[in-house]
Design a protein around this ligand. Structure first.
Ligand code: XUL
Ligand code: CO
Length: 437
């Protein structure tokens, strides 16, 4: 089979002095950081939908992307040909994982039965390519948002038949994820939200979404799928309000519907900023609640209010993200999935390499920066000192549950005024961070 990226060889690590744009300057897969190789820490993954299905059309203009390997048809043959291109890309780039939605890899047929047959044919090719190359599936998912049937949502649709169709699609997507040995399965609430409350029964919609997730948990046990389930928070787009709006909303939803033990979160950088949070905030919140599972690594544009899905290049973002990730002991089932596309202006095949190489190098640097900060312990020491009043005396008694309001009143009546506060040293800490970056 002719190569799709014929002029491009396997991307290698050449070190920070290299001027070769098709080489890693920082991502050195086998280099050990905090006792693990960079490859094991970062678990990079390519998103099939952006890398191989996104032609870069926008609301004002047609697709610009040159994909000479793609005949533009919706045939199964074209879908299988694309699988080979994808695995050529994964292996040349040197990532260990990829992710897909059912509809990214195989075309929809006239009936669900035909659609599932199409998917089976492509999954066979995916499995062969996984075995040939060793590239693995980080997670699978079902696209419950593109087809017009999902105009009112899937799990939250007002139309029970559409809920049933979505459920059937989830069932099949879970089966193929299992068949391909996927390490996880993602639920991003594509259109699980509303346009206007005036026509929406919010409580009923959320109950239905929870029902769908409970059915998936049951089916997971039934088929013996050993991967991790994730919910991916996003506050808006395509609907005005999405129910899984941020980590905290997801946590509340999972708790309320007794699903918290079965799910973790897949945190996406651009979704965090759309929710009015930083990427690190969302990661840290998930870490604190034991829900940090996987990451969709990208970047938004703070001047724009939509999901621009750019490749991550900001070292502050990647360093703070890696600090949060390392604080929980690192990624286990999850990975760093580049849910990112090249700019509409970057339409040549080689641009796909530049985007991913830049993202991988940015996270490799983020990892090294975070590890250096942790090794010196400077932030840890400052935080420990800041909370020292909780280590003994009244603080320790409160933490141990030995106090109540009356006892605390007695304590302060006796003491008079609290111990004086100390400076938070905000500027000093920001200066220290800059020294590492
Ligand atoms: C949409 C998004 C999705 C999910 C998977 O914003 O991030 O691609 O990652 O459905
Ligand atoms: Co995503």
């Amino acid at each position: 089979m002719a190569e799709a990226f014929a002029g491009i060889r396997k991307i290698r690590y050449e070190g920070s002095t290299s001027k070769n744009p098709l080489a890693f300057k920082h991502y050195n897969p086998d280099e050990i950081v905090e006792g693990k190789s960079m490859r094991e820490h970062l678990r990079f993954s390519v998103a099939y939908w952006h890398a191989f299905r996104n032609g870069l059309a926008d609301q004002f203009g047609a697709a610009t992307r040159l994909m000479p390997w793609d005949d533009g048809s919706d045939s199964v043959e074209n879908a299988i040909a694309r699988v080979h291109v994808a695995f050529e890309f994964f292996t040349k780039l040197g990532v260990d994982f990829y992710c897909f939605h059912d509809r990214d890899v195989a075309p929809e047929g006239k009936t669900l039965a035909q659609t599932n047959q199409n998917l089976d044919a492509v999954v066979k090719a995916l499995k062969e390519e996984q075995q040939r190359t060793g590239v693995k599936l980080l997670w699978g998912t079902a696209n419950l948002f593109t087809n017009p049937r999902f105009v009112h949502g899937a799990g939250t649709s007002c139309n029970a038949d559409v809920f049933a169709f979505g459920a059937a699609q989830v069932k099949k997507a879970m089966e193929v994820t299992t068949e391909l040995g996927g390490a996880g399965y993602v639920f991003w609430g594509g259109r699980e939200g509303y346009k206007t409350l005036l026509n929406t029964d919010m409580g009923r919609e959320m109950d239905h979404l929870a029902k769908l997730l409970h059915m998936a948990v049951d089916y997971k046990k039934k088929i013996g799928f050993g991967g991790q389930f994730y919910i991916e928070p996003k506050p808006k787009e395509p609907t005005k309000h999405q129910y899984d709006s941020d980590s905290a909303a997801c946590y509340a939803f999972l708790q309320h519907y007794a699903l918290a033990k079965d799910f973790k979160l897949n945190i996406e950088a651009n979704h965090a900023t759309l929710a009015g949070h930083t990427f690190a905030h969302e990661l840290q919140y998930a870490a604190c609640t034991g829900l940090l599972g996987s990451v969709d690594a990208n970047r938004g544009d703070l001047l724009l209010g939509w999901d621009t899905d750019q490749f991550p290049t900001d070292l502050y973002d990647t360093a703070l993200a890696m600090l949060a990730i390392l604080s929980t002991g690192g990624l286990t089932t999850g990975g760093l999935n580049f849910d990112a596309h090249v700019a509409r202006e970057s339409f040549e095949p080689v641009d796909l390499f530049y985007g991913h190489i830049g993202g991988m190098d940015a996270f490799a640097r983020g990892l090294k920066i975070a590890a250096a900060i942790r090794k010196d312990g400077v932030l840890t020491k400052m935080i420990q000192t800041r909370y020292a009043s909780w280590n003994s005396g009244v603080g320790a008694d409160i933490e141990a549950g030995h106090m109540d309001l009356a006892k605390l009143e007695q304590y302060i009546l006796k003491k008079g005024q609290p111990q004086a506060n100390e400076s938070g040293r905000v500027e000093l800490i920001e200066n220290i961070l800059n020294e590492y970056i």
